[in-house]
Write a protein that binds this ligand. Sequence first.
Ligand SMILES: Nc1nc2c(ncn2[C@@H]2O[C@H](COP(=O)(O)OP(=O)(O)OP(=O)(O)O)[C@@H](O)[C@H]2O)c(=O)[nH]1
Ligand SMILES: [Mg+2]
Length: 446
Amino acid sequence: MSVVTVQLGQCGNQVGVEFFDTLYNDAQAGQRKAYATASCERFFHQTKDGDLVARAVQIDMEPKVIKQNFSKTAKSSKWKYDAASSFNQRQGSGNNWANGFCVQGPRHKEAVEDVTRREVERCDRLSGLMAMMSVAGGTGSGVGTYVTQCLRDVYPKSFIVNHLTWPYRTGEVIVQNYNSVLTLGHLYQLSDGLLVHENDTVHKMCSQLLRIKDISITDINKVIAHQLGAVLQPALTADSNGVYSRNPLGELVSALVCHPEYKLLSMSTIPQMPSSFIAYTTFGWSPLIKDLRQMLVSNTKMEQGIDWQVRPLAVSERTRSLTGSNVNTSLANLLILRGKDVFSAETVDFSDAAIYSSWLSPKDAFNVWKCPVSFNKYEKTATLVSNSQALIESLDNMVKKAWNMFAARAYIHQYTKFGLSEVDFLESFSFAEQIISSYSQLGCNG
Ligand SMILES: Nc1nc2c(ncn2[C@@H]2O[C@H](COP(=O)(O)OP(=O)(O)OP(=O)(O)O)[C@@H](O)[C@H]2O)c(=O)[nH]1
Ligand SMILES: [Mg+2]
């Protein structure tokens, strides 16, 4: 089964190209035919001439980034994008969600649906669609939300997952918090799961783990691509009987999203280090899994600076207080292990009821996928996708900043002039507040 990726706006298209590059490089390394075949079937199709073409649609309201993607992939001559599966305009959406959602999206609905249909029809069987975008600009966020709504209508039975890049807190787009709240408020009703990367967190990884001095956006995107690849490359699930699971997006959603109010998924991957160190470092499964668990519980986003003092409380010890606890409670976790001796890895640390809400038994809340093939040059990789409180502090920060601007009526006319009403704004605020409140209650008893 295959995944069609829909890349939207500058960020979606720039992250997308690194994502496919990572998948390609990983699949082609070494003598691993079954793995390479499963990965290629999932993310690429082959032309009559033997070229690999990404199962991707590129959409942007300005031409620059898509053009760069074509020249980059032509130069490296490893894999390609299909020119017929891309759509661009000349102007951009001016960092304005309302322009993207109310004007550009509807104006180009048919063209976008056509290019997407081409890619979907190329798949023997569709596992689902993954839309990639930032939440802070105008095209990724506004057109991206509109396109997700169209995809939901056209493919009602398919899984739709969105990969969202959240902006730097002190970002360059003044209205980024409006755009973020409007995107989340709408996508929450449309998407099956929202996989989130925060630019601040990834930036810190580049600096502290990878020790990069002048961090470029490509460095950031490579880290995002590495983590996404570690999740979505072929793996064996508990009931896949030794063959690579066929439906990655479906399996991901069913492992993690069991309730429509909880769709925010964060990711952590360890180890990550400068490439020159990889060959000289060995890791055991047990320390990797212990670190990853403590990163989860203490909501430390990197293996550097893990707070070992934070201890989860047993359900019976939890109080009704929504604040005061520094423990990150999970609704569900998916652990993905790739590499040497993977079948001997012991994952019982993640089956501890103390790290979960009281609603699900750890048996239902925890899943593990394994793959004996090493991923992207690392002998062993452990990745956690978590439906937990990890993103709530950042979301709360976005909503508060957006609300302060809204209360001061700042820039609202820029949105209403494209047809968005103040009621639309208020609905998105109320949705975002509801998400925060639902996640806050995860750590309570009962
Ligand atoms: N991680 C990452 N973030 C990016 C990238 N490009 C832009 N961003 C972030 O995305 C936000 C801006 O959104 P863009 O994707 O540039 O905007 P767009 O979707 O092209 O929309 P318009 O240009 O307004 O039409 C800011 O928060 C940037 O920090 C990228 O390649 N990688
Ligand atoms: Mg743009």
